[in-house]
Design a protein around this ligand. Structure first.
Ligand code: NIG
Ligand code: FE
Length: 427
């Protein structure tokens, strides 16, 4: 028998969470004493170890996992991780009672990150973003959606998306770029209604066509909020993006109720983000459209706002994903499992909803559910390995560094404890 370099066998899996109810027990599709065979970066066999087909031709590289829990590689479906600078001053000001919106209105907030990001060299931006991407492996993440939005002029928005493409490398999580030129109005567009209109036209008539022509993003997102973009402006941007073939995402109803979630549903957006303040009618529209709600408990926790009530979404029939929202102002974390723990403890999700929210529902929120987010034959061989015996521990042991390794495209990578010093490098 010849050893095979393109196949990997995982055996001794105590409990495999396939995230596919058709494949095993309960909503998580659990299989106990399981094995997974990966071949050529795809999953080939999934099932009980006792049912593993015996090959007389090749001997795969084999890892005995000694009873641990295995999940599909985790998917962080909403981040803003390309930026320079920190927001430590904003953080301290908020702790002293100033609100996120007040800080933004006086030119702090997103605009201060825009200034630091515009100033940073290409090399600095690449280094900062690469480090953040690499760090997510520590939490078992193998796919990350990354938004632009700290450039806010054509040159810098395109530069941020090019940075995402640069950071999308073998062995690291796959990156899914989203154009967020309509994140907030840049300072130069705040002087008058005319300047504001000119910025929206710049996004619609200059940035979006270039993003689409150069295939720099798969999705277009808009932040519809008081102090950011109005509903009619959001509609303009999203309709143009749709016409250019981009998928749609909307930051909606985060701080106030704006109607953004209903607009997302009307335009067939793949996902709607935040929705802390969505109404029952908005939720019904999302459910009818099949738009996935991406819950960002890190942001509501960090801004000391009320978390989303998962019970309302469940009752309305809205599918829920969870993400870190990694960004310097409202959620400076890369710990996706912690978001699942907060989804359970703060938002009232069930254990099953939280685990599906960082796997198959997160894949749906990126239109990638046929390729990843479940452990099934033919799916991409991305897996996350955890040092525990029962999948419920993943939610119970909150804050614990439970991930021991990942399989990315069929290749094993051991996870070391998180590297320190990231913050120093941000400055
Ligand atoms: O998702 N809502 C808008 N954007 C980010 C915050 C970005 C920032 O504060 O830098 C969010 O929360
Ligand atoms: Fe966000």
């Amino acid at each position: 028998m010849r050893p095979s370099s393109n196949s990997l066998l995982l055996r001794g899996i105590g409990t495999l969470v396939t995230a596919d109810p058709a494949a095993g027990e309960g909503p998580l599709g659990l299989i106990h004493d399981a094995a997974v065979l990966c071949r050529d970066a795809r999953i080939d066999y999934v099932g009980p170890e006792s049912g593993l087909p015996v090959s007389s031709v090749e001997e795969p590289l084999t890892l005995d996992l000694d009873g641990c829990v295995v999940l599909p590689g985790l998917i962080d479906c909403h981040t803003h991780l390309v930026y320079a600078g920190t927001r430590l001053g904003d953080f301290e000001a908020r702790l002293c009672g100033e609100s996120y919106a007040e800080i933004a209105a006086r030119g702090g907030g997103i605009l201060s990150t825009v200034a630091a990001t515009r100033e940073a060299s290409d090399a600095t931006l690449r280094d900062l973003a690469s480090l953040r991407v690499e760090q997510t492996l520590v939490h078992g993440v193998t796919t990350i959606e990354v938004k632009s939005g700290y450039g806010l002029d054509t040159e810098n928005e395109l530069r941020l998306l090019e940075t995402v493409l640069y950071c999308d490398r073998n062995g690291l999580p796959d990156l899914v770029p989203t154009f967020l030129g309509a994140h907030t109005l840049p300072a130069e567009a705040r002087e008058s209604e005319a300047a504001r209109d000119r910025y929206v036209s710049l996004v619609v008539d200059e940035m979006l066509p270039q993003v689409a022509r150069r295939r720099l993003a798969r999705f277009c997102d808009v932040f519809i909020e008081e102090g950011a973009f109005r509903l009619d402006e959001g509609r303009k941007v999203l309709e143009r993006a749709k016409g250019l073939g981009l998928g749609l995402k909307v930051h909606a109803d985060q701080l106030t109720h704006t109607g953004g979630a209903s607009l997302a549903a009307e335009l067939g957006a793949v996902s709607v983000e935040h929705i802390e303040h969505a109404s029952d009618a908005d939720l019904a529209a999302l459910a009818a459209a099949g738009t996935v709600a991406v819950l960002l408990p890190g942001a509501s926790f960090f801004l000391r706002d009320e978390p989303v009530d998962a019970g309302r979404l469940r009752k309305a029939g809205v599918s829920m994903a969870l993400a870190t929202d990694q960004n310097p102002g409202s959620s400076p974390t890369d710990n996706l499992l912690l978001m699942a723990q907060m989804g359970v403890l703060a938002s009232g999700m069930t254990i099953e909803e939280a685990l599906l929210g960082i796997t198959t529902h997160a894949a749906r929120s990126l239109g990638m559910e046929r390729d990843r987010g479940r452990v099934a034959p033919g799916m991409r061989a991305d897996l996350a390995l955890f040092r525990c015996e029962d999948p419920r521990e993943l939610l119970y042991r909150f804050g614990a560094p439970l991930c021991s390794g990942v399989i990315k495209d069929g290749r094993y990578q051991r996870v070391e404890a998180g590297r320190m010093g990231g913050l120093r490098q941000h400055q």
